[in-house]
Design a protein around this ligand. Structure first.
Ligand code: BG6
Length: 515
């Protein structure tokens, strides 16, 4: 393992990443956060616990209010009690104390998403809070409802004048995924948002971008001198991006039937990670500087012709299998799933970024449910040296630089080393950097970072309109190919690494890593 200076002699700055300097740099202005769909799971499981993580680190604005907007007949107190339970269950350690200190800034607004009076009432309530708590007319709206409610909420926000920014006050909107179902619906949603909000007011969440280790892709590539010179088709044979989950579709069968893994994971999380791996260095770390480069990657990937899809993708469904000796149901047996469903729970795709840097180097993206373990990683597989000098011992495998996004966050490098002894024998070894041992402490949830960025007004870690639409263009062409083929997806037993055909996608001499 590589030792880090911080392992042996921590300095004040190393142990306190949220020092005064950072706090000042990320100071959010006073504001009110309105959560639409506040009685849903996301609010108590993610949003409020993350807000309390920010409170614990002293990163919430000095004046702050949360207004839960939903239909259920809850009181302020019921809302506060439910959120406190959520923070206790899902928050970082000691965040329940932060909630107790802040609970009087949480309010519940009972209203129907489709009725104008609800928004007029919201406006009045927010103005009262401006006077009472000093939130200064700044608003952030969070769409945490099912997507079917987005349109009506957006329309009413605009009509009630709640989306307008006047006299230096801000009005921002955070939109949860799924962002559309295909290119046409994503465009329609973007057009609708545009009627009330300018692009700079819009924050499309992809929680993968809030993960520390995903952000570290930029730090690793552009904050060091040794990786970038190798980061191109001359040295990289191919790139594998894997997001594997051990869970099945659980209670989300109805939703998953409509989305499949390609829409649920690949269109957003995997493609976003890929753009960070493949992009050119931005001129500056500004929101548009970074996103301009990310979108160029997507633009350099051509849509598939229907007859190319079969060769460039693999899709499959899990069947009954076992986890740790326990038998689990197959996809077709899950609640909410049609018995003849063709929805894929595993997909792997080969993407070619057709530009100067990547030439013929392919990117392979794979994601699946009910795989043996939960792991997200990016593996950069380097080319073999041009001449094989060492022939004795196990042939060393190609060098791999592994960016482990979760769990065991870190970076590892696989290379060949001489086995001690009189013979010149080479074996693979690994240099390993682990976040936990280098930096210690609890890792903040991705939502903490993203909520803070939205409050600060920094859109770098949010998907821009053109990125979302380009990703849909590519995914639509894959889905069209699958539909035209009329074939059923392949199958894999739950608890295995996907269908056998997945290795063939990589081409001769390449194999998927077994993380
Ligand atoms: C969500 C998907 O966006 O991401 C889920 O809808 C998936 O199906 C989840 O389980 C995975 O997120 P994470 O952070 O647990 O890897």
């Amino acid at each position: 393992m590589i030792t880090d200076p911080a392992d042996s002699a921590p300095t004040t700055d190393d142990t306190n990443p949220l020092g005064e300097e950072l706090r000042e740099a990320r100071a959010a202005a006073p504001c009110a956060l309105v959560i639409f769909g506040a009685t849903g799971d996301l609010t108590r499981r993610k949003l409020v616990p993350s807000l309390m993580g920010l409170a614990k680190d002293g990163l919430l604005p000095s004046a702050f209010a949360v207004v839960g907007f939903a239909r259920r007949p809850w009181s302020d107190q019921k809302f506060r009690d439910t959120m406190l339970e959520g923070v206790r269950e899902h928050g970082r350690s000691n965040t329940a104390e932060s909630f107790e200190a802040l609970s009087e800034s949480f309010f519940y607004h009972e209203a129907d998403f489709g009725e104008a009076e609800g928004y007029a009432g919201l406006k009045r309530r927010l103005e009262q809070l401006d006077h009472k708590l000093g939130t200064k007319g700044n608003r952030i709206y969070y769409l945490a409802t099912p997507p079917s409610a987005y349109s009506v909420i957006l329309e009413h926000l605009a009509e009630a004048g709640l989306s307008q920014e006047q006299d230096g006050r801000f009005a921002r909107i955070i939109v949860e995924k799924p962002f559309g179902h295909d290119l046409a619906t994503a465009r329609a949603l973007n057009d609708q948002i545009r009627r009330g909000f300018a692009e700079r007011q819009v924050f499309r969440i992809d929680h993968y971008l809030g993960k520390e280790t995903v952000q570290n892709i930029l730090a690793l590539r552009f904050g060091n001198g040794i990786f970038e010179p190798l980061w191109n088709e001359k040295f990289v044979d191919h790139v594998q991006i894997t997001v594997a989950e051990s869970i099945g579709v659980g209670t989300r069968g109805d939703y998953f039937e409509e989305s499949g893994i390609i829409r649920d994971m690949i269109q957003n999380h995997l493609m976003q990670v890929m753009t960070l791996v493949a992009m050119e260095p931005p001129a500056a770390l500004t929101a548009d500087g970074v996103r301009d480069e990310k979108v160029k990657v997507l633009k350099a990937i051509q849509s598939f012709e229907p007859d190319e899809v079969e060769d460039s993708t693999v899709r499959a469904q899990y069947t009954r299998g076992s986890f740790g000796g326990e038998e689990v149901a197959g996809y077709l047996e899950e609640k909410g799933v049609a018995s003849n469903s063709t929805t894929e729970t595993f997909a792997a795709v080969r993407l070619q970024v057709e530009n100067w840097r990547w030439g013929k180097t392919p990117f392979f993206l794979r994601s699946g449910k009910r795989l043996p373990r939960r792991v997200t990683e990016v593996a950069i597989h380097f080319k073999q040296p041009p001449h094989r000098l060492f022939t004795s011992g196990t042939p060393s495998s190609p060098n791999v630089l592994l960016l482990r996004v979760q769990p065991d966050e870190g970076v590892a490098l696989r290379f060949g080393s001489k086995v001690p002894g009189p013979a010149m024998r080479i074996r693979d070894v690994r240099m390993d950097f682990r976040y936990g041992s280098a930096f210690g402490g609890e890792t903040a949830d991705a939502y903490e970072r993203l909520l803070l960025d939205a409050m600060v007004g920094d859109g770098t870690l949010f998907a821009r309109r053109d990125e979302v639409e380009e990703a849909w263009r590519i995914v639509d062409s894959i889905v069209a190919g699958w539909q035209q083929s009329g074939r059923r997806p392949a199958t894999y037993a739950a608890g295995t690494w996907g269908p056998t055909g997945a290795d063939q996608l990589l081409g001769p001499g390449r194999k998927w890593r077994k993380p």
